[in-house]
Design a binder for this molecule. Structure first.
Ligand SMILES: [Zn+2]
Length: 68
């Protein structure tokens, strides 16, 4: 068990999936806050370079972005 797991908000925790409010663009590295939250299998778009990414959250809570 990892003891340094970052747990920002434990209230009303649902099992597994996380909800995110921002992402770092894998293409241009810009930090993008989003108006609507996103989670696993959502798509996000970088406000800076316009690239779109499909979000995958692993069972370990790691977030991956795949360009679409
Ligand atoms: Zn970008």
């Amino acid at each position: 068990m990892a003891s340094d797991f970052d747990d920002d908000d434990d209230k009303g925790s649902s099992s597994g999936s996380r909800v995110l409010k921002e992402f770092d663009c894998p293409s241009c590295n810009a930090n993008n806050p989003v108006d609507e939250t996103f989670t696993d299998q959502d798509e996000v778009r970088c406000n800076y370079c316009g690239s779109e990414f499909k979000v995958t959250i692993t069972s370990e809570g790691r977030v991956k972005y795949k360009e679409v």
